[in-house]
Write a protein of this length. Structure first.
Length: 292
């Protein structure tokens, strides 16, 4: 009798395990992958199509997700006006760093572009300008020799054509695989911007999440008007590195866009949905209302 009940109990257990496994598989396949995303800030689930409709801004807490350079250009430039320049430039491996070429090839395939900076001419609100955008999805938007060269060439084009310049930054800083050659781009881009200033041309710098390292220490913070997109993280080094270096407690959120505005580094903090109209208004003011 005991054997009978033991066998029956075992069969019941096996049935439950088998049934639960099938149910779990069915529940997992009911919701396709990628249909919902979790917000990095509030951790709440977001319907992917709703996130796209909101320009990749969380509808719950307002956190601004990272977006790639092509989406950024589509949001800022007027329809069918962006004409890319210097798209053929590609990074090499000047210092012979191990695995650097593999990382470059992987980034090219992932983003379908040659490097981390896309630049060209366009109109924004019908006002002509030159526009450059760093892509944080290409090796974290790091600045190597090619990025520095493309930024410099864009500045020189703005000088030649006597048009305003807009650069949107999203970067982890200088590209360590290129060592000193990468750091030299800081001085190179800053020197080109000095020439732009001498020509009395407008430079609008837009800092997004994240703008750090050598990019933050060079062209990103040298704008005539420095704008930070809401949710932007702005700084040179990470908070842990700074804390270990200066041996002091740091203010809360000291690398946030709002903190930087309060302390004078940033002129405006703007939500993504208002960014194009804000830049357009500044271009209008600079050009005296004269459109293309």
């Amino acid at each position: 009798m005991n054997d009978f009940f033991s066998e029956r109990k075992k069969r019941l257990h096996d049935f439950k395990v088998k049934f639960l496994k099938k149910t779990a598989v069915k529940k997992q396949t009911d919701i396709p992958d990628g249909l919902f995303l979790k917000c990095e800030e509030c951790q709440k689930p977001i319907y992917e199509k709703e996130l796209e409709a909101q320009l990749h801004v969380c509808p719950n807490c307002g956190f601004h997700f990272r977006i790639n350079a092509k989406k950024r250009i589509a949001m800022l430039a007027d329809d069918d006006t962006f004409v890319e320049v210097n798209e053929h430039l590609e990074s090499t491996n000047p210092l012979g760093m191990p695995f650097y070429e593999e990382k470059l090839n992987s980034a090219k395939k992932f983003t379908n572009q040659n490097d981390a900076f896309i630049s060209g001419s366009c109109t924004i609100g019908d006002y002509p300008c030159f526009l450059g955008v760093l892509d944080s999805f290409f090796m974290m938007g790091s600045m190597g020799s090619v990025v520095g060269e493309k930024v410099t060439r864009l500045i020189e084009l703005a000088i030649k054509e006597h048009k305003p310049l807009v650069i949107v930054s999203a970067s982890g800083g200088a590209r360590m695989q290129e060592g000193i050659l990468s750091l030299m781009q800081m001085a190179k881009t800053a020197g080109a911007l000095k020439k732009l200033e001498q020509e009395k041309l407008l430079y609008i710098s837009v800092m997004t999440y994240p703008t750090t390292g050598g990019v933050a220490a060079s062209f990103a913070t040298l704008g005539d008007i420095n704008i930070a997109e809401k949710s932007a993280l702005i700084g040179f080094a990470g908070s842990r590195v700074i804390k270990q270096t200066i041996k002091e407690e740091l203010p809360a959120h000291f690398q946030s866009a709002e903190f930087q505005k309060e302390h004078g580094l940033i002129d405006l903090v703007v939500e993504r949905k208002q960014l194009k109209s804000q830049i357009s208004a500044l271009l209008k003011l600079h050009q005296g209302g004269h459109k293309a």
